[in-house]
Design a protein around this ligand. Sequence first.
Ligand SMILES: [Zn+2]
Length: 120
Amino acid sequence: MTILKGSCHCGNIQFEVHTGLRDIVKCNCSLCSRKNALMAQAEPEEFVLVSGEDSLGLYQWNTGVARHYFCKNCGIYTHHWRRSKPCFAYNVACIEGVDKDNITEFTQVDGRSFSVTKED
Ligand SMILES: [Zn+2]
């Protein structure tokens, strides 16, 4: 089985993804476009937070259903719990041995249109 290892910049947050890189997306909602993150997805049982629970910051906005996690120490977005589908998405750039700039196949998601509160 593939196990991807991920971490934030300072290393406080460590996670594993027990599946390969899957369903890679970029999203244009007002939050994701600021993060500019390339994200992949994992089912709840495939995403394991190994360490750093104390370092997890939580950001919620809009409907408040999605839970956007980041490291309180280094500020890096690691993963989030999605609103539109009950699963995790995580920051591909946090995964060991993956150069996100070499990933050319991903889906551009029109999250801006799904946001209940439109900012623009
Ligand atoms: Zn950190």
